[in-house]
Design a binder for this molecule. Structure first.
Ligand code: ATR
Length: 290
């Protein structure tokens, strides 16, 4: 595409940002829709987040994505947040407001859109979340909002799962979430089958042989497994879910849709299924998988 005096700039701030797939998503969407927009990564040194956010606004950037380690740290430098991002306590997308950026979280709507496309239902489901960190917190809030029947938080550090369960119950206004220590997983009721969402980084490249639970008996209680990890595209967790007779999905489509929802917020345009497929292909090509 031709870069000229009217080209809008969007980008990603984080540290590191060198392995991002987002340019492949956004630049494909913009060029296919004929939008005069480029998307570039910005490596922000530690201690310079405030300057980066205010500078990006002053430079008239149309939109910004935020990644590790700044998703929560960026909050004080924003004009505001949308209610979902406020509840999750983390943002990954900044949209221009009047005097500064407004923060959104498109990770969870991205996961939800991926689930809808994959035909995975949350309403009334027994949702089992592996982990109790930032990503688990967002998934638990999403599950509560989408009407999960029950949410079990399984975590190595029980206390963290317990305080997250309390927080989710408070936000939901009902006792929907309960905590369990990871080593107690065999006490999960055998008559139940779960939608399990793996939110930790265990099993991520390069330690692809790792997984939180290796016991095959556990996986027979899982009818559908989502791993938020997208590298590798097929994790050990996913293989074990499938071996146990369940359906398994990676975090690749969540990655795609968090980008698409951000792009839609910035440009006001809708991305149809065919273009989403094309961006998915470009994203996978950038990752070296096809
Ligand atoms: P994120 O924002 O990606 O969720 P985080 O907030 O640091 O990252 O949370 C990491 C999660 O992965 C936690 O639930 C952590 O368990 P603890 O609360 O016990 O620390 C979990 N985790 C990370 N490495 C783990 C490991 N080797 N075994 C078990 N759980 C692990």
């Amino acid at each position: 595409m031709e870069i000229n005096g009217c080209t809008c700039v969007c980008g990603l701030i984080g540290n590191p940002v060198e392995h991002t797939m987002s340019p492949a998503i956004h630049n494909t969407l913009a060029s296919e829709q004929g939008v005069n927009l480029v998307y570039v990564p910005f490596h922000v040194p530690f201690g310079q987040l405030e300057e980066a956010v205010k500078g990006a606004f002053a430079l008239n950037l149309l939109g910004v994505n935020v990644t590790v380690p700044y998703k929560s740290a960026v909050l004080p430098f924003l004009e505001g947040t949308d209610p979902l991002a406020g509840q999750i306590g983390a943002v990954n997308t900044l949209v221009r407001g009047e005097r500064g950026f407004v923060g959104y979280n498109t990770d969870m709507p991205g996961l939800y859109r991926a689930m809808c496309e994959d035909g995975v239902n949350i309403e009334g489901e027994m949702v089992l979340i592996l982990g109790a960190g930032g990503a688990a917190r967002a998934v638990a809030m999403l599950a509560a909002r989408k009407g999960a029947g029950k949410i079990v938080l399984l975590n190595r550090t029980y206390m963290k799962a317990e305080s997250l369960a309390e927080e989710v119950n408070r936000a939901a206004g009902r006792k929907i979430a309960m905590a369990m220590a990871l080593e107690e997983y065999s006490r999960l009721p055998s008559e139940e089958r779960f939608l399990a969402i793996q939110t930790t980084n265990v099993g991520m490249f390069p330690k692809t042989e790792e997984t939180l639970i290796k016991d095959e008996a556990f996986y027979r209680k899982v009818h559908t497994g989502y791993d938020l990890i997208f590298n590798p595209a097929r994790t050990r967790f996913m293989s074990l879910v499938e071996k146990g007779g369940g359906r398994a999905f990676s975090g690749l489509k969540m990655l795609l849709y968090q980008g698409i929802i951000a792009y839609e917020l910035w440009t006001g345009r809708q991305v149809q299924a065919e273009l989403a497929r094309k961006a998915y292909g470009e994203m996978k090509r950038a990752m070296g998988i096809s």
